[in-house]
Design a binder for this molecule. Structure first.
Ligand code: MV4
Length: 503
């Protein structure tokens, strides 16, 4: 049984994984870069080891160094989190060969799903619907034009080694297909060292809906329902929710079955996610499978009541899943807003720096997964996501109101954050109506950029108002008592009208 886990990651996910370890009585080992000496995951862990300089390539991606530390620390297992080495088959292989448990799927599953063309072929064989398109690696221009015409424009050219939007090209007309193909190929060659590409019919205005799946080493598979992830900006998710407002019970059952089929096709073990595109007629198509725990896993945890990290560790220990598909329910509604240290008013530029103050929301139905504390300097070397705010309520509209309340309470000074931006999303009509697809952010950009947020000065004004109100009512009658007879405060009225003060 696993007694000590090395977490090969940083930031909120490293802390998240260690939290479950602590609850399970498992010791945790942190690895950190020179830029992360004071990071939360280092403080939280039972042991911590420096693995290299600030740059990820020399630290969090340093396979041999991390495995060396795992051996020194006598860790039984390694949890890779997301990003970094989480979908690196070479890492998983070397970990296993060092006699350490890799908390994740097999090398075969990582490799197969990592190559999108191979995954596509396998899905076709397994009866999982894919977007109409190629089943071959296209290598010449004649064949390219033939296939594109067969599919019908617009088409998408995608890099087989890509994923998450990297190495993709949209082609609307035949005249552009060869140049797009050549650009996609050369981009893929330099980015991934693999220039295989494939073509798909372009799905207009799609939803991105993914299914969480979980499998054990004994051939048991379940899905833990969907996550709606269509609120994205440049392939970066911003808000996720479950259930999806688009979903119907019938579609859920169908997609859930196909997600499990996708997982079965690679003998998947552990936690994984099957991504689908869903069009407006509720046709769905396999996009890719992520062979890791994902950023947005907490919304699934909240509605199903299952700790996915605990489940991953139990599966890695060889235990059977303690639940069957028919035991699982979606209880209520959960929404996640990602909080990035970035300045949306300045082209969403990262905003690293020292966190001068942080005050996180609490209260019924709120969870924050983060790692920054007062005085912490957010390094510029890594992803600018600093936390995830998750709201839960019995209904979607209550979950939105609760999220707005929590965002109102969330105060971070010293760095710019996406709190004002996601607050606007919670107020956007299309979001509130559940009427949105992957084009939501670009469609609503003007509204989302309109600043009626006053978080920087709202509290100062409220204090000023309270003080003026106090002095105005204070009557020095010799006993220094406060006259509490009601008088309308002009300041408060003005503030309410202008929506500057929300008292
Ligand atoms: C598509 C598509 C439309 N048609 N494929 C983007 C990320 C990568 N995983 C696949 N992506 C897309 N593939 C076809 N055939 C539209 C997208 C897409 C998208 C997908 C999910 C979430 C957000 C997106 C934003 C733009 C484009």
């Amino acid at each position: 049984m696993i007694k000590k886990v090395l977490v090969a990651n940083r930031g909120e996910i490293a802390v998240r994984v260690m939290r479950s370890c602590r609850e399970m009585g498992i010791l945790s080992v942190a690895v950190f870069s020179e830029a992360d000496r004071k990071a939360m995951h280092v403080r939280y862990a039972d042991e911590a080891y420096c693995v290299g300089p600030a740059s990820s390539a020399e630290s969090y991606l340093n396979i041999d160094k991390i495995i060396e530390v795992a051996k020194i620390a006598k860790a039984d297992a390694i949890h890779p989190g997301y990003g970094f080495l989480s979908e690196n088959a070479t890492f998983a292989d070397k970990v296993s060969k060092a006699g350490i448990i890799f908390i994740g799927p097999s090398i075969h599953a990582i490799n197969t799903m990592g190559d999108k063309l191979t995954a596509r072929e396998l899905m076709i064989k397994s009866g999982v619907p894919v977007v109409p398109g190629t089943e071959e690696n296209i290598t010449d221009n004649t064949r390219l034009k033939e296939i594109a015409n067969q599919i019908g424009y617009p088409v998408m050219i995608k890099a087989s080694a890509g994923g998450g939007g990297k190495g993709m090209r949209l082609v609307r007309e035949e005249k552009d297909v060869i140049s797009a193909y050549e650009m996609a190929k050369s981009e893929a060659r330099s980015a991934f060292g693999n220039d295989a590409v494939y073509i798909e019919k372009y799905v207009e205005g799609p939803h991105h809906i993914e299914f969480q799946i979980m499998a054990d080493q004994h051939g048991n598979y379940v899905h833990l329902f969907e996550r709606e992830c269509s609120v994205q900006r440049r392939h970066q998710k911003v808000v996720e929710e479950t259930p999806s407002p688009l979903m119907t019970p019938k579609l859920r059952e169908e997609m859930g079955k196909r997600a499990i089929d996708a997982a079965k096709s690679v003998n998947y073990v552990g936690a994984g996610t099957v991504e689908f595109l869903v069009d407006n007629n509720l046709n769905f198509y396999f996009l890719e499978m992520n062979t890791r725990l994902q950023v947005e896993h907490p919304i699934t945890e909240r509605v199903t009541g299952i700790d996915l990290v605990k489940a991953q560790i139990n599966v890695a220990n060889g235990l059977p899943l303690p639940f069957k598909q028919e035991d699982l329910r979606q209880n209520g509604h959960a929404i996640e807003c990602r909080i990035y240290a970035e300045d949306h008013k300045n082209n969403f530029m990262p905003s690293p720096g020292v966190v001068k103050s942080i005050s996180e929301p609490l209260g019924l139905g709120i969870r924050t997964d983060g790692y920054v504390y007062e005085g912490y300097e957010i390094p510029f070397h890594y992803d600018p996501m600093i936390s995830k705010l998750i709201s839960w309520a019995p209904t979607r509209s209550e979950a939105i109101e609760r999220m707005k309340r929590a965002l109102y309470e969330y105060k971070i000074t010293g760095v710019k954050t996406s709190i004002p931006f996601v607050s606007k999303i919670m107020e956007a009509k299309d979001f509130v109506d559940g009427n949105y697809d992957t084009h939501f952010i670009e469609k609503n950009m003007d509204f989302l950029m309109t600043d009626d947020d006053c978080s920087d000065y709202c509290e100062d004004i409220a204090l000023l108002v309270a003080y003026l109100d106090y002095t105005e009512k204070m009557k020095l009658d010799g006993e220094h008592t406060l006259d509490t007879t009601h008088k309308t405060s002009q300041w408060k009225e003005f503030g309410r009208r202008k929506n500057v003060i929300r008292l």
